[in-house]
Ligand binder design. Structure first.
Ligand SMILES: NC(=O)c1ccc[n+]([C@@H]2O[C@H](COP(=O)([O-])OP(=O)(O)OC[C@H]3O[C@@H](n4cnc5c(N)ncnc54)[C@H](OP(=O)(O)O)[C@@H]3O)[C@@H](O)[C@H]2O)c1
Length: 243
């Protein structure tokens, strides 16, 4: 069966590393992006030039109409989806609860939670017809410890963890596996908006004295969606470098 993956938020960071690795392993990949058109298209071109198959599709994962369009384009251009990586995410910036705005909450939850649920709905409809499939939700260790002045982000990732467990139980009988990966601190542009002192203190607090690499997370995702992980579902797997 042809393996077709949608990776949301794949213009950079963990999503881009995952798209590259899955393409190398023979998946046709849909690289979803929100704003970074040029980067997403460059990545798709590089994959196609290396004899893989990739398309770049714009969709704001906070909008249902964009999500429907993303799946329809993938159906037409790549065929039925076998693998969904719900990776698109935003942290909404550093903000204590007493200063949080409704707009920030809406953006974070619409992208990180609503988007993942609606994309899962669209994926499951298609995967049920094939009686197989894989969904991986990219959560965060912040869901467990609460994050640092990011309760909005941490609680959205906690919702994603519960979504993972609930969905896995619903679709297990259809041979569809649903798991989450819970990264600690990974070296991506997500940290660029943080003050350098905060980033330096963060690195110093890590047991390995370094952040994880996006490709190290991608390797875990690729293994999780492979047949080697056939009995793993409803699980939240940390990748933290002993943090
Ligand atoms: N880096 C870490 O330390 C860390 C730790 C734990 C969990 N995570 C999680 O891992 C995932 C990937 O993070 P990353 O570090 O690779 O982040 P990143 O480098 O900041 O990249 C975020 C990606 O998400 C996309 N995105 C943001 N809002 C979107 C929206 N509304 N619709 C569609 N795409 C959207 C961006 O697209 P455009 O560039 O096209 O706008 C970009 O491709 C996120 O869910 C994040 O919460 C990261």
């Amino acid at each position: 069966m042809k393996k077709v993956a949608i990776i949301t938020g794949a213009s950079r960071g963990i999503g881009a590393a995952t798209a590259q690795l899955l393409a190398k392993q023979g998946y046709a990949v849909c690289i979803n992006y929100y704003q970074a058109k040029e980067r997403a298209e460059k990545l798709a071109t590089a994959i196609n030039q290396a004899h893989g198959q990739a398309i770049a599709v714009q969709a704001n994962m906070a909008l249902e109409s964009d999500i429907l369009n993303l799946f329809e384009i993938t159906d037409k251009k790549l065929g039925p989806i076998t693998t969904l990586i719900n990776n698109a995410g935003t942290n909404g910036g550093i903000c204590e609860v007493e200063h949080i705005t409704a707009h920030c909450l809406q953006t974070v939850f619409a992208t990180n939670v609503f988007g993942a649920i609606l994309a899962s709905r669209e994926a499951i409809k298609r995967m049920k017809q094939q009686n197989s499939g894989n969904i991986v939700n990219i959560s965060s260790e912040a869901a467990k410890f609460g994050g640092t002045k990011m309760a909005h982000y941490a609680s959205s990732k906690a919702a994603l963890n519960t979504l993972t467990i609930a969905t896995a139980r619903e679709v297990a009988a259809y041979n569809i596996r649903v798991n989450a990966i819970s990264p600690g601190v990974i070296d991506t542009e997500m940290h660029q908006a943080s003050p350098p002192e905060r980033v330096a203190a963060l690195i110093n607090s890590l047991p390995m004295k370094r952040m994880g690499k996006a490709v190290e997370v991608a390797e875990l995702i690729a293994w999780l969606v492979s047949d080697s992980a056939a009995y793993i579902s409803g699980t939240i797997i940390p990748i933290t470098g002993a943090r």
